[in-house]
Every structure is written in C-alpha cells, then in structure tokens.
Ligand binder design. Structure first.
Ligand code: PLP
Length: 271
C-alpha cells in the first residue's frame, strides 16, 4: 500500500481541549488527513483562563520536527502556538523550504481568555525569522495589528495595507480573518486573502452568532489538510472557512470538502 501523506502540526497542547493540538487533530481527522506532531509547549487552561504554559526544551522540539520530516510523508505543515523566543528560533531553523512543503502559520499571540501565549522577544523573532519561511499567514485583525505594531485596521483599505505590509515582511500569502470586524448589515463575515501574486480575494460566509475557542487552530489546520493534497490556495481557504462555519454552527465533524460538494467559488476581485 502506498504511504499516505500527512500534515505536521507544530503546536501546543491545551488541557481544556478547546484549542491547540486537540483541535488541530480533530480538524485533520474530519478532513480525513493523517497527522504527526511536534509539541512546542504544554498548557493548563480552562475556557476562562490560562493557568500555566511550559515550553518544551528546544532540542526536544527540533528533534520532533526532524524526525517527523525524515520519512518524507509530510505534505503540509501547520504551525500554531510557539510560546518562547527560543522555540520560534528552532522552528524557523528546522523548517523545510516552503517551495517544497506548504507552511501555514496561525500567529497565536494571546488566548481569547486574555493570557499571553508568546514572549515579547519571540514576537520580534517571529517577524524576522519565521514570516519569511511561511506560505500562508492566518491572522485575525488584532493579530495583524500586533504583528505590525500598528492600530487595528478599521476599513478595507486599511486591512489591505496591513496585508501588503505583512507580505512585505516575507510571507507568500495572507488570509486576514474578519471575525473581529464590526458586524456587516448583510449578516456576512468576510475573510480576505492576499494571494502570492498580490490579488485580493474576498471569502464571505454567514456570520454564526456566538463564539467557540480554537477556531483559528481549526481554520489553519483545515487549510493545511487541503494544501497537502494539492488543493489551490483560494479553494483551500474557502473550504476551511465553510468548515469553521459548520463547526461554529454545532457540527465539528461535517468537514469533508464542502467547497467541492457545493461547488463554492470564492469571489475574486483584482486590485
Ligand atoms: N491554547 C493553545 C494551546 C492554542 O494553540 C491556542 C490557539 O492556537 C490557544 C490556546 C488560543 O485559542 P483561543 O484563542 O481560542 O483561546
């Protein structure tokens, strides 16, 4: 039997199960994708607070990544919580070229319950050393602002400026998640993809009321699952958006290529 492809998840555990590795593995399973992992840190959390965060020794992290990559089956990489400056440095050093394996980075900076999840020095190193290695960066609006040291974007032109600034820092493409945007009158939420060629795509879906932890983890993992099998970037982002919308609506297992099933095409507008 031929060896199956898999996604390498470089992320932390969340003892509450709401986010992090648990959510990543749940998502990859829903997409029928095998996973392997490199644990960056262990957290003790509830949905309401981060009780503790412990980075794993960087040699242990590096060895997990090297070993995972050694059998040649990793077809995409998803990176989540990195916790420390030292782990950002080691991950950047161990990553393959993004031309060989697509690399999706969910920039986990602060828990939705409020606790910091990346050291301040680590943020600077992430900008310098990790962003230039990444195929797709998936910030929400506050994360994009924090990465740039800029105020929160308030309008689409400001969002586009921030996406271009992030691309200027070396990432190939940016998916700016619109969940923190002021609610639109039509009840839609818009995620914006700045493709490697500079084209802007707007991905719209109905806003689901309420919130759920780990949606950023799910979105990035769902994208990685699709990139691993050669799905084009825009379709992978649209499919992941549909998956997260279904999970928010209460069905975390409904994943499998929704974009394919319903013939969803992202609306494309060149700028
Ligand atoms: N804890 C871990 C281990 C995570 O990986 C993440 C997100 O990736 C979070 C917490 C933050 O998730 P949330 O913002 O949903 O609390």
């Amino acid at each position: 039997m031929p060896a199956t492809q898999r996604v390498l998840v470089i992320a932390a555990t969340d003892s509450s199960g709401g986010a992090g590795l648990t959510r990543d593995l749940q998502t990859l399973t829903a997409w029928r994708m095998e996973a392997c992992c490199a644990v960056t840190a262990v957290t003790a959390q509830t949905d309401a607070r981060v009780q503790g965060l412990w980075g794993v020794p960087t040699e242990c992290l590096a060895e997990q990544i090297r070993t995972a990559l050694s059998d040649g089956r990793v077809a995409a990489i998803k990176i989540g919580l990195l916790a420390t400056d030292a782990s950002v440095q080691r991950v950047a050093a161990e990553l393959p070229e993004r031309s060989a394996i697509p690399i999706v980075l969910d920039p986990v900076l602060v828990a939705s319950s409020g606790g910091a999840l990346l050291e301040a020095d680590g943020l600077e190193r992430l900008r310098r050393e990790l962003l230039p290695r990444v195929s797709l960066l998936t910030p929400n609006l506050p994360e994009a602002a924090a990465l740039l040291g800029a105020p929160l974007a308030q309008s689409e032109p400001q969002m586009l400026d921030q996406m271009r600034a992030l691309q200027g820092m070396g990432v190939a493409a940016v998916l700016l998640k619109g969940g923190h945007e002021a609610p639109a009158v039509d009840g839609q939420v818009t995620d914006r993809l700045l493709a490697p060629d500079g084209e802007l795509l707007r991905l719209r879906t109905a806003r689901v009321p309420g919130s759920r932890r780990g949606t950023g983890c799910s979105l990035a993992s769902a994208i990685a699952a699709q990139l691993a099998v050669g799905t084009p970037l825009s379709c992978a982002c649209a499919g992941a958006q549909a998956y997260v919308a279904a999970a928010l609506a209460g069905d975390p297992w409904s994943a499998t290529p929704l974009w394919h099933a319903v013939g969803l095409q992202p609306s494309v507008e060149s700028r």
